[in-house]
Ligand binder design. Structure first.
Ligand code: HEC
Length: 225
């Protein structure tokens, strides 16, 4: 079967929306709307699609963090109190614990944010990017950010080299700017609803090194992927 980017994209979004339907029925409707919009829009308005994906990701993020907060809230949502919950979150109840995601004292990263990381490290990072076992909700990084190099779910801030400002880091963790490893940790604890990775460990190091190259690809710069 010839490779079709559009189909792949639809398939991914479809898959994501099914995941959402599973984790939080209340908000799945709203997200479904975005997916439908994107599926009909096609490549002609890929910019609009990118925007929709950002919105989709925001929804997903709220969802995932609600989910992570525990059964009681998830149940309340399922019973139809989604609106109240969502408002509560918007007012800051979803604030994450910055100590989970900020480089700890005495830590020095084992990857370079300037690039030139070993091919082996990048390959391991790419493998983990597709690994759904990293999350507690069945998602992989690629579920939200695309596969085969069609980088999705990133805002325009991603065109800047690390460290840089990212809306989610600022809004949810009060961090003015983030390094690649910190951003990986944020996506681990928030949308992936998982524990942060070990600082300096093989997983965080290789994912961060991989993200440094994905950032370059996203910005249209020469990269090692
Ligand atoms: C459920 C969807 C979801 C999943 C899964 C997810 N992310 Fe994200 N990611 C987001 C959202 C939403 C943002 C925030 C965009 C913003 O605020 O600009 C984001 C932002 C990022 C950024 C920052 C982009 C920038 O502007 O610098 C990086 C890097 C990133 N994610 C990497 C990852 C990695 C690595 C994983 C897997 C460990 C992952 N993400 C999993 C939704 C997701």
């Amino acid at each position: 079967m010839p490779y079709n980017k559009d189909d792949k994209r639809r398939q991914l979004l479809g898959c994501l929306s099914r995941r959402l339907a599973y984790t939080a029925p209340a908000l799945a409707l709203a997200v479904g709307g975005v997916v439908a919009l994107q599926a009909t829009a096609g490549d002609a308005v890929s910019q609009a699609g990118k925007l929709a994906m950002t919105e989709l990701s925001e929804e997903t993020f709220l969802l995932a963090s609600t989910h992570a907060e525990g059964g009681a809230e998830a149940e309340a949502e399922a019973e139809g109190e989604a609106e109240g919950e969502a408002e509560g979150e918007a007012e800051g109840e979803a604030e994450g614990d910055v100590s989970d995601v900020q480089r700890p004292e005495g830590y020095s990263p084992a990857y370079s944010e300037e690039g030139d990381n070993e091919a082996e490290l990048l390959a391991r990072g790419e493998e983990l990017y597709y690994d759904t076992t990293l999350s507690s909700n069945g998602l992989s990084c690629a579920s939200c950010h695309g596969s085969d190099g069609n980088d999705q779910g990133y805002a325009a801030t991603f065109e800047q080299p690390f460290p840089h400002q990212v809306a989610m880091a600022e809004n949810q963790f009060g961090m003015a700017q983030v390094h690649a490893d910190e951003m990986v940790q944020i996506c681990m604890v928030a949308p992936m609803a998982a524990e942060p990775l070990e600082w300096g460990g093989d997983k965080l190091t290789s994912l961060a090194a991989y993200m440094v190259e994905v950032q370059r690809r996203f910005a249209g710069e020469p990269h090692d992927l």
